[in-house]
Every structure is written in C-alpha cells, then in structure tokens.
Design a binder for this molecule. Structure first.
Ligand SMILES: *Cc1c(COP(=O)(O)O)cnc(C)c1O
Length: 393
C-alpha cells in the first residue's frame, strides 16, 4: 500500500491554522510513550500548566489544556458556564462569534446577538445596550476573529460585563501566544484557545483558563453540565493534586504543547508579541505596495491574521492552488459573505517570520502575474523590508 505520509513535502502554513510547527515541537511528539499516571508524566503535566499560566498571563489556578481542538475549548466554556435559560450576549461580527452563538443556542440559552458589520470590532456601547435588556450570565467575544482579521478590544467589554453582573468569555484561539491576551490585567473571566494557531503546536488541545469567580460559578452550578467529557470539575480533578482518573491525557500532544510553550516562554512574551506585530506590518506594507486592498482598518487588525481583497477578475481557488502546488505555501480562502472575495493570510507563531513574508509576497506576485494581474514584487519586498527593519537587528 502507498505510503501517503512519506510523500508529504514541507509546506509553509500561512493560512488561518494550523501554522507551521517548530521541528523541536514535532520531535517532542516522538518522545517515548509513558503511562499517563507515571510520575514523570505528572511532572510534565505540572510544568505544562505552569507554562500555560505564563502564556495566558494569569495566576488563575484553574488553567488546563482540554483534549480536543479549539472548538472543544469553546464547547467546554459554553457547556460549563451556560445553563438552559441563561441570557448570553454574543458578539456577532464574524464566523466564530456565530459558532459561539450556535453552541449557546444548543445549550438552551437565550442568545442575544450583538451584530456588527464583518471586519469591524463589536462596539462597547452596543454591548451595554444588550446588557441593559436583562440579567445576563455571560458576554462572549472573539478576541482575534480568524474569519475577518479583527482584533476585539477586551478591557471595556470586561468592565461593561462586570457592571451588569455578567462574566466575560474570550475566544483567544488566534491570539494566545501571538497577541497579548493578558487575562488577569484585562479582567477576562474565562478564556480558551487552541494549540494550532499562534502557539505553533499541532491541533489537538484547547488550553482554557478561568478565574475564581468563574470557578465558583462552576462549583455552584445546580446539576451537572450536559457534557461528561468536557465537565470542568471532573477534568480539573484529573489535572489537579488528586490526579483522579477522568480520561487518558493525549500524552504525546501534551509533550508537544509542553515544548511549544517552552519556546514561547524562552523567546519572551513581549519579544514574541513584537515579532508578530512587525511581521504583520511587513506583510501589510508588502500587500499595499502591490496595490492590493486590506479589508480591516489598520488600528483594528490582529497581527496574527490578515484579510485582503482579491483583485477583480482573479480566481480565488486557482491562486491558492498554485501557491500550494508550485510554491509550497498555504493560505486560506474567506468564509461566509466574503467567500471568493478575500484571502486570509496567517502570520502565527513559527509562520510569523520575515523570511516567510518575503517568500509569500514573491510567490503571490508570481501567481497574480501568471493569472494576468501583474504587480510590483520588487516594490512589495522593499516595502516589507522597510516595515520589518527592526527585526533584522
Ligand atoms: C480556529 C478557531 C477556532 C476553532 O478551533 P479548531 O481548532 O478549528 O477547533 C475557534 N475560534 C477561533 C477564533 C478560531 O480561529
């Protein structure tokens, strides 16, 4: 039988996730298998929790990686904190906000959507208006909306939520490890993330953190949450002192997360955030020098994901196919209303490097030229270089 794995080429992942993984993180996955209650594994678990708290910028005791991708983190947040009949205010300015709303709806919540045009952050004034409509359990916002490339400010939303007696839930899937999430400083009550975006670890785990207030809400909940697998009380007993068996930790994924987090902390959070900012600026400058139009106004963009309009007459899928087949680079198409009209370019974690920006700009220029839309590649590279100059040191 054909070995499909052997034939895999190195691919530069500059789409909406997964991002490229550091070789040391991939190697970590191949470390010897040991038992999930082996004392050596327990030490790895503890160290991983410690690293996770650093990266979330939190002292929260209840911080752990759930088994499952980012969506498992989203579902865990919803099933544990939203009870049937609870009023939940959800920011609807992109695809992942809609997914949050859908999960809350399935839990029997009264979902109050706060709509904003795609490509713009949710306004605090609109959140306040929605909160004034009745006692609210939770305000749910997507910090970095991967469908649009918008970065949602969180401080004012946290303040508005708290004044109304609600908790703030933040989806940090496309921000954790690339953009400051600053859970404690911003007063975020609950946040979850994924491993495959700015942490540059393969998909498979969903780090989640919640503060004492949220933890108390879990403790005080009358009745069990409808999910056994994602029940935070049970999962926390497994990750806590008790080591009470719940489900077997995905051991090799934890190895990978441990190593990926170590890389984040060794680089330094501030240095890593700055690298993401500079690389994004380089990408933006390069795209603009090609006379392409970026979707989101600069002060509202997340550095981890850039959306750009596709030039008139250019076939979205044909360009992405060629980028992958000829240049070995993956980028993403757009979702929902922007399907076929915009590209999504991720600069997350290991992918957020100047050399990748140069490689991508040159490749995109080649593809656009090939399909009858010549652009100034030389100008794009020069503009990117200037914008990223500080990174060259
Ligand atoms: C990718 C993503 C998710 C879902 O993560 P999966 O790993 O695909 O399950 C949720 N929210 C946001 C903002 C994302 O970018």
């Amino acid at each position: 039988m054909e070995n499909l794995l052997e034939a895999l080429p190195e691919t530069l992942l500059m789409g909406p996730g997964p991002s490229s993984v550091h070789p040391s993180t991939l190697r970590a996955m191949a470390a010897p298998e040991i038992g999930h209650l082996d004392p050596r594994f327990l030490r790895i678990m503890d160290q991983t929790l410690d690293l996770l708290r650093q990266v979330f910028q939190t002292q929260n005791q209840l911080t752990l990686p759930l088994s499952g991708t980012g969506s498992a983190g989203m579902e865990a947040a919803v099933v544990n904190f939203v009870r049937p009949g609870d009023r939940v205010v959800v920011g609807l300015n992109g695809y992942f906000g809609q997914r949050l709303a859908e999960m809350a709806r399935r839990q029997g919540a009264e979902v109050v959507g706060v709509e904003t045009e795609w490509g713009r952050p949710v306004e605090t004034a609109d959140l306040r208006k929605a909160l004034a409509g009745g006692p609210t359990r939770l305000v749910a916002l997507v910090h970095a909306e991967t469908s649009t490339g918008v970065l949602q400010p969180l401080e004012e939303a946290a303040d508005a939520a708290h004044r109304a007696g609600a908790m703030l839930l933040a989806d940090a899937v496309t921000s954790l490890g690339g953009v400051p999430v600053a859970v404690d400083a911003r007063g975020v009550d609950i946040a979850y993330a994924g491993t495959q975006k700015c942490l540059s670890c393969p998909p498979g785990l969903a780090p989640l953190t919640c503060n004492d207030r949220a933890r108390q809400a879990v403790e005080d909940r009358a009745g069990d949450p409808p999910s056994w697998y994602l029940d935070l009380k049970l999962v926390a007993r497994y990750w806590g002192e008790e080591r009470f068996y719940h489900h077997t930790a995905p051991i090799n994924m934890i190895y990978a997360l441990n190593q990926a987090l170590r890389l984040v902390v060794e680089e330094g959070l501030e240095a890593r955030f700055e690298r993401h900012r500079q690389v994004a600026r380089g990408l933006w400058a390069g795209l603009e020098a090609m006379e392409l139009r970026l979707v989101v106004p600069e002060d509202q963009r997340t550095p981890s994901l850039t959306t750009v309009w596709i030039p008139e007459g250019i076939d979205d899928a044909a360009v992405r196919r060629r980028l992958l087949a000829v240049h070995g680079i993956e980028i993403g198409g757009a979702l929902g209303p922007w399907k076929g009209r915009a590209w999504r370019i991720g600069t997350m974690g290991e992918s957020a490097r100047p050399q990748n920006v140069y490689r991508f700009l040159a490749a995109l220029g080649e593809c656009l030229g090939r399909f009858g839309h010549p652009v100034g590649v030389r100008e794009a590279l020069a503009a990117a270089r200037e914008a990223m100059a500080a990174l060259e040191g």
